[in-house]
Design a protein around this ligand. Structure first.
Ligand code: GLU
Length: 427
């Protein structure tokens, strides 16, 4: 039975790289009908915080990466590490120095077959002896990870490329304890557009930031899955179930994976488009509230807001855009740009008054009827519909660009539309 783990150190946010590691472990476990374990590597008391643990767990939950066992915590297992370190010292494979317990690296060579990188071989003489337990009583990463992976029955260690150099040290400790060595797969680094390691200066790096920027968890999940892995099928959008079905470590791509925000945005737009408005409603609500456009849950006209989402979602890359692009549907008064008003509305006050009068007679206030009314009106006035439409658009939304005007008008409803047009008309 496959048993894998995600083993974050709770010293900061859940970063894109960590989330990708967690995701690949999760996909592998689900593909093999195995077990996915969460282990918090908090033995570095100086740097570990409960706060960080919480954000990591929130990030994993947001992505839907549920674990079958854990979270285990290294801080709860300190006596276990000491027991094994003492055993190694007693057997003459290690020694004590300044209160620390140290593993003596034996002579020879250490080889392992990485699922991604193939055979990796090093001469042991290039390694220094390995501290197992520091003089303050806490275990080192390289020691604790071996004890944990063994005790937790881990069959495959899937983690970042940055740990390759640690692996021979860990293998030597497995061997010293007479334990079976798990299989290893080191995932290629995630790079920024300039091909250097992804970092803050490339933009957002934590999962929480992407959530706040309005990415859907399903889209982020899909995007991360293709970051350094390819199913060998010429398409980009895959459901969770498809990814579980298709995932294999053999198809992990060796070269570094470039994090491409444009592609992520494109993917997010696809997911927003195909997500039902009812579901988007719950996701966009916090963004509306944040902007103060919804202040109490009580007077919400959910039916209206769902229609708004329906209309606006077609062109949105993120939930932030969805919230922002729907401002004039939610605000009592749209925000009008002075210059735009000068250019497009000044001088057309009389026209707007007449339009509002014409619209009074439209029943029911449907996009088809609205269109008929405005076409008629334009014809009578000897004007082009296009010119009237743009003035009306700006009068009711404050914007030059909106979804199809007649649909916007229908959704806003007769009362709002007429009130807003009249506002600019001659009273
Ligand atoms: N705590 C280590 C890290 O966050 C875990 C590495 C591993 O998976 O062995 O990098």
């Amino acid at each position: 039975m496959v048993r894998v783990r995600f083993a974050p150190s709770p010293t900061g946010a859940l970063h894109v790289g960590g989330a990708r590691t967690a995701l690949f472990n999760w996909l592998f476990a689900r593909n093999k009908k195995g077990v996915f374990i969460l282990r918090i590597e908090d033995s570095d008391f100086q740097r570990s915080t409960k706060e960080a643990e919480k954000t990591i767990i929130e990030g994993l939950s947001w992505l839907g990466l549920n674990w079958d066992e854990g979270p285990y915590r290294q801080s709860e297992r300190l006596d276990v590490y000491r027991k094994y370190a003492e055993k190694i010292v007693q057997e003459g494979k290690g020694y004590e120095e300044n209160g620390a317990l140290i593993f003596k690296v034996p002579l020879g060579e250490t080889t392992f077959n990485d699922i991604v990188w193939g055979e990796i071989k090093i001469k042991n003489e290039t390694l220094k002896d390995i501290v197992m337990i520091k003089s303050d009583g806490t275990p080192t990463y390289n020691f604790a990870v071996v004890i944990d992976d063994h005790d937790m029955g881990i069959t495959h260690v899937i983690r970042g490329e940055d740990h390759i150099a640690n692996t021979p040290k860990q293998i030597l400790i497995y061997q010293a304890l007479g334990w079976e060595v798990p299989k290893f797969a080191h995932l290629p680094m995630i790079l920024g557009p300039d091909k250097s390691k992804l970092s803050k200066r490339h933009g957002a790096t934590s999962v929480a930031e992407y959530k706040n920027m309005g990415f859907l968890p399903e889209a982020f999940f899909n995007y991360l899955a293709l970051l350094g892995w390819s199913p060998g099928i010429d398409r980009e959008i895959f459901s969770r179930e498809e990814l579980i079905e298709l995932f294999s470590l053999e198809r992990v791509i060796k070269r570094g994976a470039v994090f491409d925000i444009k592609k992520l945005e494109w993917m997010n737009a696809q997911y927003i488009k195909k997500t039902p408005a009812e579901k988007l409603y719950d996701l966009v609500l916090p963004f509306w509230k944040e902007r103060g456009w919804i202040t109490s849950e009580e007077n919400i006209d959910k039916e209206y807001l769902i229609k708004v989402i329906e209309l606006v979602k077609e062109r949105c890359k993120t939930l932030v855009e969805l919230a922002n692009f729907s401002d004039y549907f939610l605000q009592k008064e749209p925000t009008y740009d002075k210059i735009l008003v000068e250019q497009e509305i000044r001088g057309k006050e009389k026209l707007l008054s007449e339009v509002s009068e014409a619209l009074e007679g439209v029943n029911p206030f449907s996009s088809v009827n609205i269109e008929d009314c405005l076409k008629n009106f334009a014809e009578i006035k000897g004007l082009k519909l296009k010119d009237i439409a743009q003035t009306v658009r700006i009068a009711i939304s404050g914007k030059k660009v909106t979804p199809p005007l007649f649909e916007v008008m229908e959704t806003l409803g007769k009362e709002r539309v007429i009130e807003r047009i009249k506002r600019w008309g001659i009273v």
